[in-house]
Design a protein around this ligand. Structure first.
Ligand code: SAH
Length: 223
């Protein structure tokens, strides 16, 4: 069984969007992973197909109703992790991405408006995941970020498996700078060590660049 994402959303027409392009889209076409969307509104029970209501206690905006969302989740739930995209969630890390890639897939709920009734988060044990400290208008783009990060790790999606090992975060550091031809671009040369053919020296140079870059930009990753 290949990796399977179920996305619960008020905007299924946004999918697959960028997930249909390039290596991620090819991976889907070749069966390495699959995507199914659920229109939350289909689980509404009144004639207006209401999915949200005003916040208890007052305040601006609307909140997604717990009963409707729970029914949508129950319609697709199985042993896969149930995730709610949320700015209050745990920040997404490459570590969590790797864990998800090792599993059967994910059920992903996209919030809208002011968010989701707290009780459905608890009752369906939703794992809240954030893609960063800023606020989006909805969870769809965040869900795409999560899915794309996972799918590129799946076997057969990215060609050479070796290309994962060196990347930013995979060894706890940011990646060293990359270069390609031409040899000279606007008076800037490729660092000589990279064209020396000395693989030991290249390895050492890359490691040093990685460390320097991480110290300068993300000291929190070194600590
Ligand atoms: N009132 C909420 C924000 C709601 S934004 C608050 O202050 O916490 C509407 C929806 O967009 C959220 O329910 C969530 O699904 C999604 N969203 C917004 N920012 C996000 C982020 N940084 N990471 C993941 N999802 C996000």
């Amino acid at each position: 069984m290949s990796w399977r994402a179920d996305v619960i959303t008020l905007f299924p027409e946004l999918f697959p969007g960028p997930l249909g392009a390039s290596v991620i889209g090819r991976g889907m076409a070749e069966g390495a992973w699959s995507l199914q969307t659920t229109q939350l509104r289909e689980f509404a029970t009144d004639k207006h197909r209401t999915v949200d209501d005003t916040p208890s206690g007052g305040g601006a905006g609307m909140v997604l109703k717990p009963d409707i969302l729970a029914k949508a989740i129950d319609a697709v739930a199985d042993e896969r992790p149930r995730i709610l995209m949320s700015p209050r969630g745990k920040p997404l890390t490459q570590q969590r991405v790797r864990e998800l890639a090792a599993g059967p897939g994910a059920i992903i709920v996209c919030g809208r408006f002011e968010g989701v009734d707290q009780r459905v988060i608890e009752a369906r044990a939703l794992e809240e995941i954030s893609i960063g400290d800023y606020v989006l208008a909805g969870g769809e783009v965040a869900a795409m970020v999560l899915i794309e990060a996972v799918v590129r790790l799946l076997p057969g999606v990215l060609g050479a498996a070796a290309s994962h090992a060196d990347e930013s975060f995979e060894d706890g550091l940011l990646e060293y700078p990359q270069y390609t031809r031409p040899q000279v671009f606007e008076d800037r040369e490729i660092p000589a060590v990279l064209t020396s053919g000395d693989h030991g020296k290249i390895e050492k140079w890359r490691r040093a660049e990685s460390l320097a870059l991480t110290k300068a930009r993300r000291p929190d990753l070194i600590e």
